[in-house]
Design a protein around this ligand. Structure first.
Ligand SMILES: [Zn+2]
Ligand SMILES: [Zn+2]
Length: 387
């Protein structure tokens, strides 16, 4: 069963929605226009229930199949938010908002799931219930987490959840997936070293925080090099080093470090957090200074369930003829919170040879729409086949 004919028919309409969303990007939880558009479309399609305000600006639609003999409920999730990037594509439907841009293709994700919702509302050729989930604030705001915290999974009795992301560099409409850990846990830290500032010509009368913090930057690299099992993945990146003085002749009183930690398992995540604190405390003590470490836990590791991943790959093969093994990705994904609550799977769909996501020249490839929509529809029709 390849691409569904209905999506070839709907492609131009879905493309119009996509470009309209592209032109009107909204950041984090501020997806007011996009959420209203989604809710309006879902009502127009004849969804059995449309609820707004889940996870602040999230939208949920419910579509009942022509039968419901087993009480099965599947959740399908798309993200709606844009990024704080100034678009440079020069497209005739480029962002009309300065400093906001759909540079991660969430415009395409939203349009494709709307397309699938339209088809599923028309045909209802399945035995069970579909819950379409449109979340805000994937790009660092935890909109998926807030939708879960609002009780979405229990309220609609969702039993398994599926997600999809476009992927530049993959042939358009081709799929890739992997079971188990897939996207990294993304944590951040602020570290403030405190010494004793003074004259740069009299270092013996100071406690030099610059030297202290420089030692810490290097020592933090030993978390990956010496603490982690070499077959495990951990990235520790110090991304900011800020001294409290910019003068040539002053040893600064404080140095602030900032950075990110990416890990692929709960154990590695706990280990890295513990070591960041231990190393900084130890370095400060060694040099006679003080330190304050603030560690922020972001998105957890996104883990695909084995059974749902097998099934999702089978569906992808039925749509596109093939499904590749995806690599581990050290980026984060808010869908991780939904996969912590329910079994499910997250798949990549090829965006062709375009700029990378988060690049000011990136654009979602509308040629991926038929494959993406067909995968959504087939997930439902194959997982909950009508008699
Ligand atoms: Zn992104
Ligand atoms: Zn994204």
């Amino acid at each position: 069963m390849p691409i569904k004919n209905r999506f070839a028919e709907l492609q131009s309409e879905i493309t119009e929605w996509r470009r309209d969303i592209h032109q009107n990007p909204e950041i984090l939880f501020e997806t007011h226009r996009t959420s209203a558009l989604v809710a309006e479309k879902l009502k127009e399609f004849g969804c059995d229930e449309v609820v707004t305000g889940i996870g602040r600006t999230g939208v949920v639609g419910v579509i009942k199949g022509k039968a419901d003999t087993g009480g099965k409920v599947i959740g399908l999730r798309a993200d709606m938010d844009a990024l704080p990037i100034h678009e440079t594509t020069g497209l005739d439907y480029a962002s009309n908002t300065d400093g906001a841009m759909h540079a991660c293709g969430h415009d395409g994700h939203t349009a494709m799931l709307l397309g699938a919702a339209k088809y599923l509302s028309e045909t209802r050729n399945f035995d069970g219930t579909v819950v379409v989930i449109f979340q805000p604030a994937e790009e660092g705001g935890g909109g998926g987490r807030e939708m879960c915290e609002d009780g979405m999974m229990d309220r609609w009795g969702i039993q398994e959840v599926y997600g999809m992301h476009n992927w530049p560099g993959r042939p358009v409409g081709s799929f890739a997936i992997r079971p188990g850990a897939f996207f990294a846990a993304t944590d951040q830290f602020d570290i403030v070293f405190e010494g004793k500032g003074g004259h740069a010509a009299k270092p013996h009368e100071t406690v030099d925080t610059t030297v202290m913090a420089a030692q810490a930057v290097l020592a933090l690299q030993t978390i990956a090099a010496r603490n982690a099992d070499p077959v495990d993945q951990v990235v520790v990146s110090v991304t900011s080093f800020e001294t409290s003085s910019t003068a040539f002749n002053v040893i600064p009183q404080t140095v602030k470090l900032r950075g990110t930690v990416r890990t692929m398992s709960r154990d590695m995540r706990d280990m890295a957090e513990k070591r960041v604190t231990e190393i900084c405390t130890g370095v400060a003590a060694t040099f006679g200074g003080a330190v304050e470490v603030t560690y922020y836990r972001g998105y957890p590791v996104m883990v695909n369930s084995d059974d749902q991943t097998d099934f999702a790959a089978r569906v992808a093969r039925s749509v596109s003829g093939d499904c590749d093994q995806a690599p581990l990705i050290m980026g984060g994904e808010d869908f991780a919170f939904m996969l912590e609550e329910r079994p499910g799977a997250y798949i990549l769909v090829g965006n062709g040879d375009t700029a990378a996501v988060h690049h000011p020249e990136y654009n979602f490839n509308d040629e991926a729409i038929p494959a993406g929509c067909s995968w959504w529809a087939e997930i439902v029709e194959q997982r909950m086949p009508a008699a």
